[in-house]
Ligand binder design. Structure first.
Ligand SMILES: [Zn+2]
Length: 117
């Protein structure tokens, strides 16, 4: 798990590279920060940068256990990176990304060409 400062820097780096059209929607791991706090920190740290006027929508994201059998469960708090699946008894990985950018899709968005687009 990354620290909040690192996550902020990564989100800023990611969003400043791609074409955003002035808007973006991301999720931040609830164990790192709540959406409101992240939004206000983002606004603070992007002052004077090309991301200053970006309309950022922040959602919260929970670590999720995903088993090969299809079982899924949200995980709260600390964990070992896996759980024993209650359905099939195998070990299921816990996906615990620090953040995720939903829109614009970093895979599809073009590279940024101007301050806003
Ligand atoms: Zn299972």
């Amino acid at each position: 798990m990354q620290k909040l400062g690192n996550v902020l820097i990564h989100v800023m780096q990611d969003l400043s590279k791609i074409s955003t059209n002035g808007q973006a929607r991301i999720s931040v791991n609830t164990n790192i920060c709540d959406p409101e706090t992240f939004r206000s920190m983002f606004a603070y740290f992007t002052q004077g940068t090309i991301l200053e006027h970006l309309d950022l929508e922040v959602e919260s994201m929970q670590p999720t256990a995903q088993c090969a059998c299809g079982y899924e469960e949200s995980i709260e708090g600390d964990h070992d990176g896996y759980i024993r699946c209650p359905d099939c008894g195998k070990y299921a990985n816990i996906e615990d990304d620090s953040y995720s950018i939903h829109s614009p899709d970093p895979e599809k968005a073009g590279l940024r060409k101007s301050r806003t687009f």
